[in-house]
Design a protein around this ligand. Structure first.
Ligand SMILES: Cc1cc2nc3c(=O)[nH]c(=O)nc-3n(C[C@H](O)[C@H](O)[C@H](O)COP(=O)(O)O)c2cc1C
Length: 225
C-alpha cells in the first residue's frame, strides 16, 4: 500500500469559541489523526472579511475582487487542501451568518473564475439545537457541487443536535455520522491520489471552464439561426 499525505481543511462558521461546532471539529481532528490525515481548522470568526456587494459588480467583473481582507489567505488554504469540511451552526432557521457571508464572498469574488476546488473531496457538518439542519445542509451541498467538488456518500448526513456547549458530544448518532463521513472522505482522497501516482495521470479531467463563458458558447449556434 502506497502511503500518501492527506491534508484536510475545516472551515468553521461558528461565532462561539469552544462551542458545539468547535467541539465537533476537535472530534473530527482526532478521527483524522487516527487515520494519519492532518486537519487544519479555519475559524472564520478569527479572520477579517468583508460583506460582498458594496461595489455591486461582483457577478459581472472578470477579475478577482479588489477589497483588501483575509479572503485570499483563506482561499489559498482551500486550494492547498485535498478535502474541505464546511461546519456551521443553524441560526435563525438558516446558515450561521459568518458562513453565509463567507460562501457568498469566496464564491462570487474568488472561486467562480477557475473553480480551484474542482475534484477536492467535500464534507458538511451542521450543528443546531433542533430545527432546520437539513435546509442548511442542502445549501452547502449545492455549493460544493457548484464548485465541482466530490461528495462521498457515507450514510446519514452529519447533522448534530445540541444547544448548550458540549451537548453535541451526547448526540451519539450524530457523532457516528461525522466519523463515517470523515473516514470516507479520507478513503476517497487516498484513492484519488493513488490513481494519480500509479497512472501518472490526472483524474476526472473533463473540464468545461467557467460556466458563464460556456453559456455564451452554447448560445453561439443558436445565434446563427
Ligand atoms: C441567534 C441564534 C439562533 C439560533 N437558531 C437556531 C435554529 O434556528 N435552529 C436550531 O436548531 N438551533 C438554533 N440555534 C442554536 C444553535 O444552533 C446551537 O446552540 C448550536 O449548538 C450553536 O453552535 P456553536 O456552539 O458552535 O455556536 C440558534 C442559536 C443562536 C445563538
Amino acid at each position: 500500500m502506497i502511503s500518501v499525505p492527506v491534508e484536510l481543511l475545516a472551515i468553521c462558521g461558528s461565532t462561539r469559541a469552544g462551542g458545539n461546532t468547535d467541539q465537533i471539529l476537535q472530534y473530527t481532528r482526532e478521527i483524522s489523526s487516527e487515520r494519519g490525515a492532518h486537519l487544519s481548522i479555519v475559524n472564520l470568526r478569527d479572520y477579517h472579511f468583508s460583506v460582498s456587494g458594496t461595489c455591486v459588480d461582483c457577478n459581472d467583473r472578470e477579475t478577482p475582487c479588489e477589497l483588501k481582507d483575509d479572503m485570499p489567505y483563506i482561499t489559498d488554504m482551500m486550494r492547498k487542501a485535498d478535502g474541505i469540511i464546511y461546519a456551521v451552526p443553524v441560526q435563525g432557521f438558516g446558515m450561521g451568518h459568518l458562513m453565509q457571508i463567507f460562501i457568498e464572498r469566496s464564491g462570487v469574488c474568488y472561486l467562480r473564475f477557475e473553480r480551484p476546488l474542482t475534484n477536492k473531496v467535500g464534507g458538511v457538518i451542521v450543528t443546531g439545537r433542533r430545527y432546520n439542519h437539513n435546509h442548511v445542509y442542502s445549501q452547502i451541498v449545492n455549493n460544493l457541487l457548484l464548485n465541482r467538488m466530490i461528495i462521498v456518500g457515507s450514510g446519514f448526513p452529519a447533522l448534530l443536535q445540541g444547544g448548550k456547549p458540549s451537548e453535541v458530544l451526547g448526540d451519539i448518532e450524530g457523532l457516528d455520522s461525522v466519523r463515517r463521513m470523515v473516514n470516507r472522505m479520507i478513503d476517497m482522497v487516498k484513492t484519488i491520489k493513488h490513481y494519480s501516482l500509479l497512472t501518472n495521470q490526472s483524474y476526472l479531467t473533463f473540464n468545461e471552464g467557467n460556466e458563464r463563458m460556456i453559456g455564451e458558447d452554447l448560445l453561439q449556434p443558436l445565434k446563427k439561426h
